[in-house]
Design a protein around this ligand. Structure first.
Ligand SMILES: [Zn+2]
Length: 485
């Protein structure tokens, strides 16, 4: 017994030693990057951006794009950025999206594609009173530019054009061709805009060196224990699926009900679905993110992140307990709509619900459908894919070893020398996922400087961006374009 106990203590000591050695071995290393002379942002840049915010290029769900607003927006770009329109090939694709081609010194080299979208989400009338500045005012006040689209995503579109305009005025030619691709229906799924752009580029035989879209940011104060900015580059995104579940009943008078009506049967199915959530896991981008973060974290957190082989189950299970975090660890299940019944004394003949799933890499729309059928465990509940156009598998994971990732990382450090750069998994769906058809190197990043307070602004109210932040975005885009080899 004594020997067993001694052996046990030795084992614990060895394990502790391994954990500590692995932890202290990780030392934070500040990246050293070549110094950069950032461009001087033109004095008119902020006004040009504000003017673009005023145009109501709203994507209303299920409705066609407001063609007049889009035309006005494109016209404004033409007058705002004369060098861009003179020097680049400029195309309006049939859907209304925009494609600029800036020929590089080596036109045979694969181009770099800088993306953005010109449309914005609608403003809920009930929130109008909450806006300090009206959503399409484009007001420049309190050190910020205000309005719908200032973050999502007109800042990216305008800052990219502004950067190109300045570089062109200086006589700059990029090393390889730069394509600017701006969709016009991202907020409706990009099925015409981004999808159309990619089809067109693919038909022309274009294969991209790398692609940059929205979806990343420079966040501060978001992660307890990290006392410096965190620049997150999206390297993959979750999949998307909505399923309609429906049941049928015999109908009849409600004085003679069956044990479960159509509604009751559906409710039982929904209950089983919610009681059996999808299992947790740690997708590859999150593993890479933890590896990047580990050296910068205080000892206790570093201990866990440096020893994922041991602590992964603990990290996953604690992540799953927090609804704000859980999406990073499993395929989420959200029962979003339900209908059924017509009258208080009539048995319902049908009932249905729509359930939305955000799919973790490693699973597919098909595997989710199969799992849902199993969880429902009731052949009486019909399962159909709804809004089939928006169903998509999780995107592939872009490498962190490509020249594109490296260019982004270097440019980030040139603007934010103390930032920790990490890959991450985007939980929302963006236009970027279409671009895997023409490049494995698809990244989601723009230096939107975000704090916890600003997290809900993008599709909420009081959307605004700091004037300084916008200027940094212009400098970032210019620096990135110049860094392309
Ligand atoms: Zn967006």
């Amino acid at each position: 017994m004594k020997r067993l106990l001694a052996l046990f203590f030795v084992a614990v000591l060895v394990l502790a030693a391994i954990l500590v050695v692995r932890t202290v071995r990780l030392k934070p290393e500040q990246a050293s990057v070549p110094p950069a002379t950032l461009i001087t942002v033109d004095a008119g840049a902020v006004d040009r951006f504000a003017s673009a915010v005023k145009i109501q290029t709203v994507s209303n769900f299920g409705q066609p794009i407001d063609a007049d607003a889009m035309t006005a927006f494109r016209d404004l770009l033409a007058t705002s950025f004369p060098h861009v329109h003179a020097a680049m090939t400029h195309e309006v694709l049939p859907s209304g999206s925009l494609l600029f081609t800036w020929k590089g010194k080596d036109p045979s080299a694969e181009p770099v594609i800088l993306m953005g979208h010109m449309d914005v989400v609608p403003v809920e009338q009930s929130t109008l009173d909450h806006w300090k500045h009206q959503p399409f005012s484009g007001d420049v006040a309190e050190g910020s530019i205000w309005g719908r689209g200032t973050l999502d995503d007109k800042a990216a579109v305008l800052s990219t054009l502004e950067a190109a305009e300045t570089l062109l005025a200086q006589g700059f030619t990029p090393a390889r061709t730069i394509v600017l691709a701006f969709g016009d229906d991202e907020e409706n799924g990009g099925s015409q805009g981004a999808s159309g752009i990619v089809k067109e580029l693919a038909a022309r035989g274009v294969h991209a060196h790398f692609v940059v879209d929205e979806g990343g940011a420079v966040v501060t104060g978001m992660l307890a224990g990290l006392d410096r900015p965190l620049a997150v580059i999206g390297v993959s995104e979750k999949g998307y699926l909505s399923l309609k579940l429906s049941t049928t009943g015999t109908g009849g008078h409600s004085s003679e009900p069956p044990a479960h009506t159509a509604i009751g049967e559906l409710a039982l199915g929904i209950t089983r679905l919610e009681a059996n959530p999808f299992p947790g896991g740690l997708p590859e981008p999150s593993v890479k993110q933890f590896e990047a973060l580990a050296p910068w974290m205080p000892f206790s957190k570093r201990l866990a992140l440096a020893n994922l082989w041991l602590f992964k189950p603990l990290i996953v299970s604690s992540g799953l307990k927090d609804p704000k975090m859980a999406g990073g660890y499993h395929t989420t299940t959200a029962v979003d709509m339900v209908t059924g019944g017509t009258k208080d004394n009539v048995l319902p003949t049908t009932a249905s619900a729509v359930v939305n799933f955000r799919i973790l890499p490693g699973e597919t729309t098909d595997s989710v459908i199969a799992a849902v059928r199993e969880k429902l465990n009731d052949p009486g509940i019909k399962v159909e894919v709804t809004a089939a156009g928006s169903a998509r598998n999780p995107s592939p994971v872009s490498p962190t070893t490509s020249e594109g990732f490296n260019d982004l990382q270097t440019t980030i450090h040139q603007l934010y020398p103390t930032a920790v750069v990490s890959p991450y998994m985007v939980q929302a769906a963006t236009d970027a996922s279409y671009y895997y058809a023409i490049s494995p190197n698809v990244y989601r990043f723009a230096p939107l400087e975000i704090t916890p307070a600003g997290m809900t602004m993008a599709h909420g109210f009081n959307e605004h961006i700091g004037v300084d932040n916008y200027r940094h975005m212009v400098q970032f885009e210019a620096q990135l374009i110049q860094s392309v080899k």
